[in-house]
Design a protein around this ligand. Structure first.
Ligand code: IMP
Ligand code: MG
Length: 179
């Protein structure tokens, strides 16, 4: 385990198994549809990469980058688009892939932005869900793991841009925040 990690909340094996399960469900639900999976950079990368390997129907991939947390652990409620989609999603069934949903504000704003682009449907798959953190009503369609209201890192999730490469979801030691 990494020296800055206090405990592992979700193991690499649990994540691998979950990606397989979600991939199979999504493949069934979107059978015969024109699916595009849209990842929210940068946190989506490990999860989306493992998830799409288990999707067995033809799909497109695209990415968006938005910022909501500016180097702190508190949500600002502001969403800025740093990188927009490359493709037109007109007529597509869109599945947004996200690392974690906390307040729900990022996803709500992204869904509003995408809904005016002519998508046939828009759903959300998230690896982690922190329902206790919600500031607005928001329900993801596919959830990997529901976790308590704790700040986590790893498997795409960062603290000051570090720890995204950890192969598991962990909680940081308190002393890391005062470094
Ligand atoms: P929301 O708008 O509060 O739902 O924010 C979601 C975004 O905040 C995620 O995409 C993450 O980038 C970030 N975030 C929320 N909770 C955590 C956490 O526990 N660790 C790291 N990033 C988090
Ligand atoms: Mg994110």
């Amino acid at each position: 385990m990494h020296q800055d990690i206090k405990k592992i909340l979700v193991s690499q094996e649990q994540i691998e198994q979950k990606c397989k399960e979600l991939g199979e469900i999504i493949s069934r639900d979107y059978e015969g549809k024109k699916l595009v999976v849209i990842g929210l950079l940068k946190g989506c990368i490990p999860f989306m990469s493992d998830l799409v390997k288990h999707i067995t129907i033809p799909i497109h991939l695209d990415y968006m980058s938005v910022s909501s947390y500016h180097g702190t652990t508190a949500s600002s409620g502001n969403v800025r688009v740093n990188k927009d989609l490359d493709m037109s999603i007109q007529g597509y069934d869109v599945l947004i892939a996200e690392d974690i949903i906390d307040t729900g504000q990022t996803l709500k704003k992204v869904m509003e932005m995408l809904s005016v682009k002519g998508a046939k449907s828009i759903k959300v798959v998230t690896l982690l869900d922190k329902p206790e953190g919600r500031l607005i009503d928001f329900k993801p369609d596919y959830v990997g793991f529901v976790i308590p209201k704790e700040f986590v890192v790893g498997y795409g999730l960062d603290y000051n841009e570090y720890y995204r490469n950890l192969p598991y979801i962990g909680v940081l030691k308190e002393e890391v925040y005062s470094k």
